[in-house]
Write a protein that binds this ligand. Structure first.
Ligand SMILES: Cc1cc2nc3c(=O)[nH]c(=O)nc-3n(C[C@H](O)[C@H](O)[C@H](O)COP(=O)(O)O)c2cc1C
Length: 182
């Protein structure tokens, strides 16, 4: 396995231009630009995301979800309250998300506290699912959660390994951003 893995190529794409001198004020704006650019570049299902939570014993867990919405209130995902993630979020209302868009060599990671949307919002999300996807799910089990980001990192890879890393951090309700060394 090790040799086979070594033979696989990584960072094979071509990054689009990314002007770090003209960054938007909020990570939601930059995310909106990046996910649309990913879709335009042919990335399939750019709204699928690795969603990580922590269980009652402090053990991390992760799975793939679909991003349902994004606005100033945060990154929204939905699932059943009775799922493993539902139990984990009930104990530890915090999550991390990781998007990876190949061949653009772009990744976005988001961390923050998780808040349940209103019952009406969760019900509306369930109602918007296809009939097949609604089957067997009761309205009181379906929850829309929002990750209220405290930190968002935009990572753009480069074949020469001079990766660009831009971090947005929220403090006292407003965003500041800065660049990390790669
Ligand atoms: C591309 C993709 C999208 C998915 N989207 C969702 C979703 O939006 N909601 C959901 O509950 N499960 C979704 N799943 C299934 C989850 O990955 C997972 O198997 C399920 O939610 C159970 O996770 P848990 O046991 O950690 O709670 C998706 C799976 C894939 C591969």
């Amino acid at each position: 396995m090790r040799h086979w893995l070594r033979s696989q190529r990584s960072l094979t794409g071509s990054p689009p231009s990314f002007d770090v001198l003209t960054l938007p004020a909020t990570p939601e704006e930059l995310f909106g630009i990046w996910i649309r650019e990913a879709a335009s570049a042919g990335v399939e299902e750019p709204h699928s995301v690795t969603f990580a939570t922590v269980d009652a014993r402090g053990q991390p867990d992760a799975r793939t979800l679909i991003l349902k919405d994004l606005d100033h209130r945060g990154w929204a995902v939905a699932s059943t309250r009775s799922s493993a993630k539902g139990a984990q979020l009930a104990t530890n209302p915090a999550a991390a998300l990781n998007f990876w868009w190949q061949p653009q060599m772009r990744a976005v990671r988001v961390r923050g506290l998780v808040r349940e949307a209103t019952e009406a919002e969760s019900a509306a999300d369930l109602a918007a699912r296809s009939e097949v996807a609604q089957r067997g799910i009761t309205a009181n089990d379906w929850v829309l959660w929002r990750v209220e980001a405290s930190r968002v990192e935009f990572w753009q890879g480069s074949q020469d390994r001079r990766h660009i890393r831009v971090v947005y951090e929220r403090s006292a309700g407003s965003w500041r951003h800065f660049q990390l060394g790669s």
